[in-house]
Design a protein around this ligand. Sequence first.
Ligand code: NDP
Ligand code: 2IT
Length: 448
Amino acid sequence: MSIKNEYLNGLMDRVIARNPAEPEFHQAVREVLTSLAPVVEARPEFIREGVMDCLVEPERIIKFRVPWEDEKGNIHVNRGFRVQFNSAIGPYKGGLRFHPSVYEGIIKFLGFEQIFKNSLTGLPIGGGKGGSDFDPKGKTDLEVMRFCQSFMTELFKYIGPDTDVPAGDIGVGSREIGYLFGQYKRLRNEFTGVLTGKGLSYGGSLARTEATGYGLCYFTDCMLKDAGKSFEGATVVISGSGNVALYACEKAAQFGAKVVAMSDSGGYIYDKNGIDLPLMKRLKEVERKRISAYIDTHPEAEYHTGCAGVWQIPCGIALPCATQNELDLQSAKALIANGCFAVAEGANMPCTPDAVDALQAAGVLFAPAKAANAGGVATSALEMSQNSMRFYWTFEEVDDHLRKIMTDLYHNASDAAARYGTPGDLVAGANIAGFLKVGESMLAYGIV
Ligand code: NDP
Ligand code: 2IT
């Protein structure tokens, strides 16, 4: 589909030519440029002053070797990445992903999305992302520690509390952040808020663990209320069973919904009585088990292999919280046919473009990732504030900030959509509102 602006269309072609074989990056850029067509029509200076060309080119990409030794004495060499995409409105900020599927194109797509997401939070954070093709699954704690130490031994040269502040993402949770922070502290001999998602005993923020999932539900709650609907009494299907999924499940249940399904990369659980969250947390956060183990305790629940089948389960609200492009057109059609009225993205870019089009065309309320999952990074920014102040807020204080940030974010995206001629289209609204603050700042700086 062509972008409704000749210059942006050409720019998209150049992005594809200059970044070959990076389909996820192309997908993320195409969506944003499509939304920005009416903005550059109204404000041609964004093209004239080079803002659009700079926007799609990372300020810096760091790519490095990560050698480490496993417990049997074998040497492994992984690849590490940090894409410092845009620092117009603050230090680079964004997670680290450890997953075998990681390559430069995945980190570029995530870093690009992060620019607009971080801007939408209203807080002063730029966009970045990093990671490695290392797979923490099946590794011992010692092996994960060795990998993290090797990774940070290179990365520490490029980050800092006012330069670039990484955090977690897929495969990077509190264990990994602990090892990474410990190594940074040792190498630099300084104790600063250089990472977020830290443990509570060494500078972490209360409510950061919960923030992405809770924020997703706060955002969805605003979207539902605006349409005269609510979580109360709704059936919810969630994909994934990691950090985002678990706390989305918790908050959705607190809002009166019944979550009947969750998944991992092996398959999904359908529990018509409602997911037993304490059990799911224990299996995933403590024991690091496969989701199939759920039926050992709940034999009345069903386990099915393969993850796409989760979208065949009838539900009112679907929350994809696992990974990119996990919900395709066929899944979207199944959701629509089963009466789903809202889809909110907890993962980054979990719905394929044709799935998004189908959902919106069918009148399903749709909350795009860069708006709906911004609560995690927003709370990371609150962790940075607390670290700078050398002070702590209570859980309630952080959660109150989070709720207000997500409410403001919803209204911002919704207002921008209406202002630029696409009322109700939160994809366009989020892209436009996220861009404007970054774009204005880039204009102010001149050609840099
Ligand atoms: P976790 O590593 O905690 O959990 C990831 C979950 O998704 C696991 O259940 C995992 O299953 C599943 N999953 C991962 N990759 C795949 C795949 N290729 N196919 C099927 N299932 C998969 O990560 P998070 O919960 O932190 O992240 C989930 C999503 O949310 C990601 O898209 C991330 O970028 C996004 N996000 C995370 C934020 C955060 O604060 N953590 C903030 C904003 C967005 P398995 O264990 O079997 O691999
Ligand atoms: O995708 C994301 O926003 C994250 N993984 C969280 C980033 C962060 O810096 O907290």
